[in-house]
Design a protein around this ligand. Structure first.
Ligand code: ADE
Ligand code: ZN
Length: 350
């Protein structure tokens, strides 16, 4: 499979190796990359009144007890986004950080309903993000794609209308996802809109098994026919499901700092990332909402490894390789990424 002597890589070399390695990010909500400083800058630019006095007061509020307590603040933060330039600036700020983390490919989520419900046009949202993706390709050598997410606390009718409203910009996004409040909003609620998305040739992914039960992962597979599960950490509660995910190499886009900050796990030391890899699952690390959860992709990797000494060089390589295996990229790019990754790890054994 590969001829890397993982035992020859010292644990002390792992943080630098993780940071310098090429990687893909597949689970990052662009609205979750809005740093408090940018929220205040955009609020001032657009004359939006915030409920917090300053950047520090806003940051102080980032103490979450569960997913919903985070979502309430996340939607409030997104209220400063009004113009194409706002969406562009938000995405560009993320791309600069992503390039610094040696991310070579990313597939980023956006939540159009969060904006259209405030009167922002679909065109404004998608064009601003798309222009930033184009610039990232040209100026940073970073390939960036968009995935349109439906808010699962809203109705399927609204999701269907959102998808139709986005179709004039069909070429600007590669897939659809499902996010927001998971409990009480099972995947099957969105069966028709996913069928429509698949008919349109869009990739399909969905959050499942973050707070919701393993049964939500099964129904995302069976009913939505997803190609990736976002989070999926609760699959470990169901051994038969683990076997199914392993056998199909179904990717699970795991987000350690998110799981910690939303109290899905008690600490990074007991995070199931190592167990998922050891079970043969196609898991990789992502940042989810990095501005809210205390770190971008490299911080997630470094902190996960620092907290759990069971994570070793082989795990590091596997996570990074899985990020490319699970990407919606063409095979030529995938092979180039695999080769670059292997070369770096082989060099680290010298
Ligand atoms: N929207 C932004 N981040 C999310 C998460 N972690 N789960 C569900 N919806 C989200
Ligand atoms: Zn997410």
């Amino acid at each position: 499979m590969n001829n890397i002597d993982f035992d020859a890589i010292a644990p002390s070399a792992l943080p630098a190796l993780l940071c310098q390695a090429p990687k893909a990010e597949l689970h990052m909500h662009i609205e979750g990359s809005l740093e408090p400083e940018l929220i205040f800058k955009l609020a001032q630019r657009n004359g939006v009144q915030l409920a917090y006095a300053d950047v520090e007061a806003l940051r102080q509020a980032y103490a979450f007890s569960d997913l919903q307590s985070f979502l309430d603040i996340y939607y409030a933060g997104a209220s400063v986004l009004l113009t194409e330039a706002d969406f562009f600036d938000m995405a560009w700020a993320y791309f600069e950080r992503a390039a610094a983390d040696h991310i070579v490919h990313c597939e980023i989520f956006f939540d159009p309903q969060t904006h259209t419900s405030r009167g922002v046009a679909m065109q404004t949202v998608i064009t601003g993000l798309h222009l930033a993706c184009q610039k990232a390709r040209v100026e940073l050598g970073l390939s960036a794609e968009l995935i349109l997410c439906f808010l699962r606390h809203l109705s399927e009718e609204e999701a269907l209308n959102t998808l139709e409203a986005a179709l004039p910009w069909r070429e600007h996004f590669i897939g659809v996802g499902l996010d927001s409040s998971e409990r009480g909003h099972p995947p099957e609620k969105f069966a028709r809109v996913y069928a429509r998305a698949r008919e349109l040739g869009l990739h399909v992914v969905a959050h499942a098994g973050e707070e919701g039960p393993p049964a939500y992962i099964s129904s995302a597979l069976d009913i939505l026919q997803v190609e990736r599960i976002d989070h999926g950490v609760r699959c470990l509660e169901d051994p038969a499901l683990v076997q199914r995910l392993k056998a199909s190499r179904m990717p699970l886009t795991v987000c350690p700092l998110s799981n910690l900050k939303l109290c899905v796990v008690d600490s990074l030391a007991v995070h199931p990332l190592a167990a998922m890899l050891d079970a043969g699952l196609c898991a990789m690390v992502n940042s989810d909402d990095p501005a809210y959860f205390g770190g971008y992709l490299n911080a997630n990797l470094v902190q996960a490894f620092a907290a759990n000494k069971a994570l070793n060089a082989r795990h590091a390589w596997q996570l990074l390789r899985n990020s490319f295996e699970a990407s919606f990229i063409d095979e030529a790019l995938r092979e180039r990424c695999y080769a670059e990754l292997d070369a770096l790890f082989i060099a680290a054994t010298a």
